[in-house]
Write a protein that binds this ligand. Structure first.
Ligand SMILES: Nc1ncnc2c1ncn2[C@@H]1O[C@H](COP(=O)(O)OP(=O)(O)O)[C@@H](O)[C@H]1O
Ligand SMILES: [Mg+2]
Length: 296
């Protein structure tokens, strides 16, 4: 019942015992996470760990083989994707997936088509991203990667979500653009929005999230507030080997952007290392589709 969600203690988004298969491949194994209202949680993990599968399953794009998804106490596991948008879940997919031949504003209006009532009018989105109003008639294809990412976020906001799912926000973007996009997230959380983001740049995730979950081959291997996690713990959870037993076990393969020592890290915007390919997992082709020198 929704009453459960009105107490501060109960999570707004609750995933319990989730398993998801892609054909024969089991991409998620018994995954459970709980995200309280107004918090930013980050999901980290190597390429192929199952991060996108988790977000897409929460959005209703994959059907789980076991487990449940609850929004404010209501079981939404069987809802169709568009009904989940209406219930308050919006996904910014990996790779943005705008309609390239439509204008900025037309893309935003698509997001608004099954909107809940709320503060995120198209005007409010233009206020958040200052440049967007002047360029609202431009085709999405003409925008830089960072601009497209902003429009993709705006399109999700246009639905007035309670839960915003962000998949690989920083992928392919210049660090300055990543910083600007990340700077909008605290504002969204302060407005009461619950955010679950997937990020390969661990440093970025630790800096913005109140709680980090690590996925390895479809299983949650670590979860907690960044201040309570050590770099060695994160490394072990990320790669699935004991960092403590062999401090140099990965060659130079620290999780991308992991700070040398844990803590509220922001020793500079170490961008995602291109070196990581993770152990023995070949995920879908990465989208290195951004032109160099993008700017927002
Ligand atoms: N649509 C799909 N069909 C078949 N296999 C898939 C599909 N999507 C993802 N996978 C596989 O599921 C695993 C998890 O992928 P994914 O969720 O995309 O991981 P991540 O987002 O962490 O890189 C990978 O082995 C990937 O190849
Ligand atoms: Mg992914």
């Amino acid at each position: 019942m929704t009453a459960a969600g009105t107490t501060g203690a109960s999570p707004l988004l609750e995933v319990a015992g989730l398993s998801v298969h892609h054909g024969q491949l089991q991409a998620l194994h018994d995954v459970s996470i709980a995200v309280p209202a107004g918090q930013v949680h980050a999901m980290i993990g190597a390429n192929g760990a199952g991060k996108s599968t988790l977000l897409r399953t929460i959005a209703g794009l994959h059907a789980p083989t076991a487990g449940s998804i609850r929004l404010d106490g209501r079981d939404i596991t069987g809802l169709r994707p568009e009904r989940r948008v209406a219930a308050g879940i919006a996904l910014v997919p990996e790779g943005r997936r705008l309609f390239p031949s439509l204008s900025v504003e037309e893309n935003l209006l698509i997001g608004a088509s099954s909107r809940r009532t709320g503060e995120w009018s198209i005007d409010a989105i233009y206020d958040l991203f200052g440049w967007m109003r002047d360029r609202r008639r431009q085709r999405a294809a003409q925008l830089s990667g960072g601009e497209q990412q902003a429009v993709a976020i705006g399109r999700a906001l246009a639905a007035n979500p309670r839960v915003l799912l962000l998949d690989e926000l920083s992928l392919g973007l210049a660090p300055v653009v990543v910083r600007r996009i990340y700077a909008t997230l605290p504002q969204l959380a302060a407005s009461g929005m619950t955010i679950l983001l997937v990020e390969q740049d661990v440093s970025q995730a630790l800096a913005v999230a109140s709680h980090v979950h690590c996925l390895l081959e479809g299983r949650v291997t670590l979860a907690g507030p960044p201040a309570r996690l050590t770099g060695a713990q994160i490394e072990a959870a990320y790669f699935g080997v004991s960092a403590a037993s062999n401090g140099n076990g990965y060659g130079n393969g620290s999780p991308p952007g992991t700070p040398a020592s844990a803590g509220p890290a922001s020793a500079g915007p170490a961008s995602a290392s291109p070196a990581i390919s993770g152990p023995a997992i070949s995920g879908p082709a990465r989208q290195a589709d951004q032109p160099p020198g993008v700017h927002l």
